[in-house]
Design a binder for this molecule. Structure first.
Ligand code: ADP
Ligand code: MG
Ligand code: ZN
Length: 500
């Protein structure tokens, strides 16, 4: 296949308006599958989590997973959607070897959630409204592995393996309305939107939300039309783009590819496309018309889902704060720069720092301990900070000991190590080991005199104005007092001694 030609990005934007539409599949973290009691864990030995229902054997009857319905409602509510009072499931008929039933149980004209929207901020700080058309429940298909050939695709493979463990795993598909007006920032908006969905389902605790494991998968639709045109252009749908960076790259690539074709009088085929991570390109998949006929019909084996008002309201009341708004709130409260906030978010430490501040530490101290020493120790042991045996309350106690001048940073790190070793709470450890900073003048003077005896010229230097000469004595005193001397007071006392 000839390499596609691309139009320069700025030129493409000058000529065309970009319209995007995103379909995101979220795999729920329920214990069992959508319509049967099989374990929802497809990492197990192939074809072990299967039963007559998810294998589509004759006569097997499905039952809806209540937890999955609640998760779907929570997602709908978090996206500002209406919740369907009674929603039927529908059979979407098509043949594929990974679809044992020859139809996928999905929802069609009565999705569980519809008509919502969220505001998405892109890196420039611009905010775009993304309207949600619907979120519906469906089941995942099995997994095919194509063996032989070198593309991993079915074409050219010698044989294929099928694992039905994933068949019947609950999915929520969230579909946006066409998004206009993002212009040059359409690729960033697409990625920021998927990031927001990922963060929301994670905060809701309804999905593992690991994109690299396929828990959140995105199909990106892109079309172009001349500025001012009313009719939407023909879209392509790039399937299964599974990292935020790839989404941004794929959308940008499609904009440039389509612009080149349109500007040269060509037409865009409505089709699915594959994203090639290594080459940074998309290639043609299968043609796809809007009228693809899946012979949807109401699923006769399942009763409609009819959540009570009480259930919906109690789920609404249980919703956590929107992650994007939470970050904004904490950034302002903690007075962080964008860069500092990003570091904290990337390190996954928002919860810990927030809890530590709630336990009484200053935001600066809480952030310093978690992103500094604690993250360092976790990283050295190849652990997640959440696996370390230290609580937010303990970090707050440690921070307040330092802030009150009872211990210094160096001793603080020693105390932290003792906490991690299970020796108790910071204050207990400090008093049990006698680690308080010594600021008693008598004890400090004794140590200073001892150090001065070994460095007799220091006082003269200070008298000559070389105050920095005190540093060597402070160091010696610190060493003699195992780091527990109040360094500031030691310095004052040395200068007094010099008669300055
Ligand atoms: P399909 O069954 O083809 O996947 P969906 O309705 O599930 O259709 O999703 C289509 C997605 O493409 C939606 O997000 C929709 O807003 C978006 N879309 C529709 N038309 C266009 C267009 N011309 N340009 C860009 N996006 C579009
Ligand atoms: Mg779709
Ligand atoms: Zn099953």
């Amino acid at each position: 296949m000839a390499k596609a030609e691309l139009m320069n990005y700025e030129q493409a934007l000058a000529q065309f308006e970009v319209v995007i539409g995103l379909e995101v599949h979220v795999e729920l973290n329920t214990k069992t599958k959508m319509f049967c009691g099989c374990r929802n864990d497809f990492g197990d030995e192939p074809n072990t989590n299967v039963c007559p229902v998810c294998l589509g054997l004759p006569g097997a009857l499905p039952v809806v997973n209540k937890k999955a319905v609640e998760s779907a409602i929570k997602i709908g509510l978090a996206l500002g959607c209406e919740i369907q009072p009674t929603g039927r499931f529908a059979r979407k008929n098509y043949f594929y070897p990974d679809l044992a039933k020859n139809f996928q149980t999905s929802q069609f004209d009565e999705p569980i959630a519809f008509e919502g929207g969220i505001d998405i901020e892109v890196p420039s700080g611009n905010v775009f409204r993304v309207n949600i058309e619907r979120a519906h429940m469906e089941e995942d298909a099995g997994k095919l592995t194509h063996v032989g050939g070198n593309t991993g695709r079915i074409q050219g493979a010698e044989f294929s393996l099928v694992d039905y463990n994933r068949g019947g795993v609950p999915l929520i598909e969230i579909v946006t309305k066409p998004v206009f007006g993002a212009g040059a920032e359409a690729p960033e908006l697409a990625a920021a939107y998927v990031r927001a969905i990922r963060d929301i389902v994670k905060a809701l605790d309804v999905s593992e939300a690991r994109m690299e494991r396929g828990n959140v998968r995105c199909d990106a639709n892109v079309s172009l039309r001349p500025h001012g045109a009313e009719k939407l252009g023909t879209r392509t749908e790039t399937k299964n783009v599974n990292s935020l960076r790839s989404i941004e790259r794929a959308v940008r690539y499609e904009i440039q590819r389509q612009a080149h074709i349109l500007a040269n009088g060509g037409t865009i085929l409505q089709e699915t496309r594959h994203w090639h991570e290594d080459k940074g390109t998309t290639s043609s998949g299968r043609p796809k018309s809007d009228a693809d006929d899946y012979r949807y019909f109401p699923e006769p084996d399942l009763v409609p889902v009819a959540p009570s008002k009480e259930l919906i309201e109690s789920l609404r009341a249980s919703l956590p704060e929107n992650p994007q708004e939470r970050r904004k709130r904490l950034q302002a409260a903690w007075n962080l720069s964008d860069l500092e906030l990003r570091d904290v978010v990337n390190a996954g430490l928002l919860d810990q720092i927030e809890e530590t501040v709630a336990a009484g530490a200053s935001p600066q101290a809480a952030r310093k301990w978690w992103t500094g020493e604690i993250a360092r120790i976790a990283n050295a042991d190849d652990k997640d900070v959440s696996e370390l045996a230290v609580t937010a309350a303990q970090v707050a106690e440690l921070a307040s000991l330092v802030e009150a001048g009872k211990i210094n940073d160096r001793i603080g790190r020693e105390v932290l190590a003792a906490v991690l070793a299970g020796e108790g709470n910071p204050a207990e450890i400090v008093s049990a080991k006698g680690l308080e900073v010594v600021s008693d003048d008598g004890a400090l003077m004794a140590a200073i005199d001892e150090a001065l005896a070994k460095q007799p010229d220091v006082l003269d230097k200070i008298r000559e104005g070389k105050v920095q000469a005190a540093g060597a004595v402070i160091g010696a005193v610190m060493q003699a007092m195992k780091g527990q001397a109040d360094a500031g007071r030691v310095r004052e006392l040395i200068i007094e001694r010099a008669g300055q």
